[in-house]
Design a protein around this ligand. Sequence first.
Ligand SMILES: NC(=O)c1ccc[n+]([C@@H]2O[C@H](COP(=O)([O-])OP(=O)(O)OC[C@H]3O[C@@H](n4cnc5c(N)ncnc54)[C@H](OP(=O)(O)O)[C@@H]3O)[C@@H](O)[C@H]2O)c1
Length: 234
Amino acid sequence: MTVTLTTIGILGAGQAGSTLARVAIAAGYDVVIANSRSPETLRALVDRLGPRARAASAADAAEAADFAVTAFPYRPGDRLPVEELAGKVVLDNNNYMPWRDGSYPEVDAGLKTIHELRQEQLPTSKVVKAFTHVQFHGRSPVRVPADLLPAVVRLARPAGAPDRTALVVSSDHPEAVRLVTRFYDDLGFDAVDNSPLSESWRSAPGTPMWNHHVDGQSREQLVQNLRRARRPVR
Ligand SMILES: NC(=O)c1ccc[n+]([C@@H]2O[C@H](COP(=O)([O-])OP(=O)(O)OC[C@H]3O[C@@H](n4cnc5c(N)ncnc54)[C@H](OP(=O)(O)O)[C@@H]3O)[C@@H](O)[C@H]2O)c1
């Protein structure tokens, strides 16, 4: 029997989480969204998102989720809903930005990726790097009116379109890669598998593929750009 996954628990309701909620709802998913405070603080957002969205605590969003998203920076001290996310696929869309998040020596030394650290934080979940190099905001500078749309909307194309772009996916769990590949497709993107998580440095900020995060890249270009990456060691 095929089980259709429909409810996404989105932990993080900022620019990334709220925009992902919008595009997921447009693609037919239900969304339960949380921030680090309380559901009441998200009333205006869920009103805008409409009846397929509701706000919850992070634990309740995790509990309700068929799969989940962590749309906030990695911090080692975070208390995440580990039990509620156990056994579930968790999309991690965080980018390691030392100027914003502080430095993590094992990442800087090239011993681990930031997504392996997230996997350690959620040891019973299936963590998968996704959506890290597509912008959830408009293009700057604006050239045409469509540039005002978030890139995740502006670049979306139906399957088979000649100008469809691709997004990267990395995980230690093949089931998570399959799920994200389907989800990307639903949202208008091809997928390139760059697993396992230990290889996900190839799509970190500053890498050749990363430099295309404004206007996207084809599947073939993305594969090439991942190959051209050199591991930054700070
Ligand atoms: N913005 C983009 O275009 C973009 C693109 C690709 C990747 N990303 C990545 O996406 C992540 C979020 O970026 P953003 O621009 O959306 O940041 P943001 O606007 O600052 O939003 C962060 C959100 O995460 C929530 N949050 C923080 N810790 C949480 C926790 N433990 N549980 C639940 N919610 C929590 C915050 O809630 P409170 O407001 O209550 O603190 C806030 O709603 C970053 O890691 C970024 O690197 C962003």
